[in-house]
Ligand binder design. Structure first.
Ligand code: ADP
Ligand code: MG
Length: 729
């Protein structure tokens, strides 16, 4: 046998970094070259068509057919000049990832040739054969009628040789079948609600934009090693593998110098991303070995989410060139950190104010506090919805595992803002406030800016942290589409701001002055939402106890968590806002249940196969070797000597036998449990049965396999081990 246990290992060690050509021009020269952005629209569209698109982007107006035709012509010319031959409607179905179907620009002519054609009709709307996309029963498969419709607020781009048009995906009855439609709705609702509240402070505010900056964590694994792990290939995570003696104990990976091959990969991704107008800003090593992060500059939330999905797709494709595979799974390796996708979320007005940035005077700080305090209340009231938006089979391995946010929602504000809220809570804000008290309060409120800018406390253990000018929702999974998280966040915030305005208006009607009315309502919110505020260590056991005492919920169980979507008050919340009607919400919750079941089912099958086909035969072989050895010992040595020599070996043989039997029994039971679970009709019950009766076997079977990994001859072990997957490069 070669020097290496695996041909794969040899391959990895012989790899050279791909020679990535640096772009010759400055990034700013080629940035967004494949995006049909405003400068290109200006060049390729008539004045009227340009205005129509900008209006649609800024004010949500519709584009009529004639204008759409003009836009289509301009887009086509630009795309063809840049080598595009096809076009596609690109959308975010409820599966992971994005969907596209390419059509050539060609149309046949009467004399047997073809011409390149593209029309407003094709740009605006298409009807993909959508019967295979999950919809949770909204759109019965037999009618399979769904259509995609152009989203002008996210610019078209050229991906390879295809003009790609971001679209929403809805049923013919107008129900959302995708992630983007409700995202746009929720963004719009929050815009409206936040604008109304911001107008208390500045009548010039007419629009509030949601911003999103997505930090994307991921692992890079060499392709050869990846291919040698069927569990990684089929489930995205390792279903077995004993911990490496060294992994992240020394914290020597975080922010350390990036390995050469990984650097080449990142540069390549960046070059491509820039051409597509994705503003990647930061790259670094993460905590776990082979774990990295990309972060772009934040953008408008819908665009940022399109860019995040596109980036993931790009990362996968570029990885092939570098003989890498990207793992986006939330927990590819047991025992070391998993990956998340921090959602940096903020709101800015058309007047250029970040509503989560402390201002320069009492008035602008009251605006800031208004939005911070309403966020607190929204998160407090809707912990369960926020959790439901991010908890999946994969992400549940990560939450609460001392590396990622716990499954308790809490908000970190930092000492300064907390202090401010305490002051406001104590202040007597009613008509009886003396002028001095008012001045003192105003002074205090006016004092925030310097303090915050100074403050460096950055609590890393909080699932929802205020970080100076934004909130960071850190519980989102690395493989997830950000939409569900932002849909919930924007919806609960919209509802909270609507309620806030009603309360303030009522006080104003009662004759209380505006500022005081705002104070009073805020004070109530501060008191009511107090349990959600937590500045301490979110990973500690004490916090779990304290959170329980505070009445915060703590759920790390997917079927249980998803129920939040279907609670009456939550259905009403979404319905009233017009983000989801009842059937849409039921539909997508069903899809989530289905996904959960499928993921567990697939993992159970893969684990069963590997256990029986790879592990057991290997262990039996090794056991046989030991048995033969014992036989020889017996032939050669005296009875006395043999007893002494063989004792350890016999013990080992028995130990191996024990694990083999256990694996066989558990694997069989796992199949039985699956069979039983599969006949459960109700999807929620079925998910619960899968969770309770099938899922535990994944750990049980793994336990014995991991034990065997430590015993069986290294040369014979059929799978790359953690120390190889994570450290050989
Ligand atoms: P850290 O790891 O310290 O949180 P990063 O630089 O990795 O910081 O990522 C921060 C992310 O937050 C980036 O995507 C950045 O653009 C984004 N961000 C910064 N300011 C805002 C803001 N006001 N609103 C939304 N996102 C923001
Ligand atoms: Mg961050």
């Amino acid at each position: 046998m070669a020097q290496f246990r695996f041909k794969a290992l040899e391959e990895v060690l012989n790899r050279k970094p791909v020679d990535v050509k640096r772009e010759e021009n400055l990034t700013s020269d080629y940035y967004a070259m494949y995006v049909f952005d405003r400068p290109k629209m200006k060049k390729y569209l008539s004045g009227g068509a340009y205005k129509a698109v900008v209006d649609a982007i800024e004010n949500g107006t519709t584009i009529d057919r004639k204008m759409a035709d003009q836009v289509a012509q301009g887009m086509k010319s630009w795309a063809m000049e840049n080598g595009a031959t096809h076009y596609t409607h690109w959308f975010h179905p409820l599966t992971d990832g994005t969907a596209e179907k390419h059509d050539a620009f060609i149309e046949t002519t009467s004399n047997g040739g073809v011409v390149e054609a593209f029309s407003g009709k094709l740009l605006a709307q298409q009807e993909p054969d959508a019967s295979s996309f999950p919809s949770g029963g909204i759109r019965q498969t037999f009618e399979a009628r769904g259509y995609t419709a152009w989203d002008p607020s996210s610019p078209a781009f050229i991906n390879g040789t295809t003009l790609t048009i971001p679209t929403i995906f809805i049923s013919f009855t107008g129900e959302a079948l995708d992630n983007k439609t409700p995202l746009l709705r929720a963004i719009h609702k929050l815009d409206k609600a936040a604008t109304d509240v911001a107008q208390y402070f500045d009548k010039n505010v007419s629009k509030v934009q949601t911003n999103l900056g997505v930090e994307q964590e991921y692992f890079l694994i060499d392709e050869a090693l990846y291919q040698a792990r069927p569990d990684l290939v089929l489930t995205g995570r390792t279903l077995m593998g004993h911990a490496s003696s060294k992994d992240q104990q020394l914290d020597d990976h975080y922010f350390s110098s990036i390995p050469t091959r990984a650097t080449a990969y990142m540069i390549d991704v960046e070059n491509e991303a820039y051409k597509l107008g994705i503003p990647l800003k930061t790259r670094h090593n993460e905590v776990a070995p082979n774990q990295f992060e990309f972060a772009p500059i934040y953008e408008e939330a819908n665009l940022a989410n399109d860019h995040n999905q596109l980036l993931m797709d790009l990362m996968n494709r570029v990885a092939r060139r570098h003989k890498f595979r990207v793992l986006f799974h939330e927990k590819p390796f047991a025992g070391i950190n998993g990956s998340g996708k921090h959602n940096n979320w903020s709101l800015t007005t058309n007047t250029g104010v970040n509503l989560f940035s402390p201002g320069k005077n009492p008035k602008s700080n009251l605006l800031f506090l208004t939005f911070v305090i309403n966020t607190l209340k929204a998160v407090y009231d809707n912990q369960d919805l926020l959790r439901a938006s991010i908890l999946t089979a994969a992400n549940s391995h990560r939450l609460g595992a001392n590396e990622a946010p716990p499954s308790i929602l809490s908000v970190f504000l930092g000492t300064e803002v907390s202090k401010m809220l305490d002051l406001m809570e104590e202040a007597v804000v009613d008509r009886k406030m003396t002028p001095d008290e008012k001045t003192a309060l105003k002074l205090n409120i006016g004092r925030i800016p310097e303090i915050i800018l100074d403050s460096t406390d950055r609590n890393r253990t909080s699932p929802f942290a205020f970080t100076g000018n934004r909130f960071e929702f850190r519980a989102v999974g690395s493989s997830a589409n950000n939409a569900p998280a932002i849909i919930v966040l924007n919806s609960i915030m919209a509802k909270q701001l609507i309620d806030f305005k009603v309360a303030v208006d009522k006080l104003i009607e009662d004759g209380i002055k505006k500022d005081e009315a705002i104070f009073q309502v805020l004070k109530g919110l501060i008191i009511n939402s107090k349990p959600i505020r937590f500045n301490g260590d979110g990973y500690s056991d004490d916090w779990v106890k304290e959170a329980a005492a505070r009445g915060l919920t703590n759920i790390n169980n997917v079927p249980e968590s998803l129920k939040a979507y279907l609670r009456k008050e939550n259905m009403e919340l979404f319905d009233k806002l017009g983000v989801f009607n009842k059937s849409e919400l039921e539909g997508r919750t069903e899809v989530e249940y289905e996904k959960f079941i499928m993921k567990i089912q697939i993992e159970a099958r893969v684990l069963g196969d590997i256990a029986i086909n790879h592990i057991v035969p290997t262990a039996v072989q090794y056991q046989t070797m030991l048995l033969e050895n014992v036989k020889y010992l017996k032939d050669v040595f005296s009875e006395e000597e043999f007893k002494e020599l063989a004792a350890g070996r016999l013990k080992l043989i028995k130990e191996i036998g024990g694990h083999i039997s256990a694996i066989k029994i558990e694997a069989k039971e796992m199949v039985e449990a699956r069979k039983k679970a599969n006949v459960v009709e109700d999807i929620m019950d079925k998910a619960e049965v899968y969770d309770k009766t099938v899922r535990p076997y994944l750990d049980n079977v793994r336990f014995h396999i991991d034990k065997l990994e430590l015993i069986v001859d290294n040369e014979k072990w059929p799978l790359p081990k953690y120390r190889e997957l994570l450290f050989v490069r």
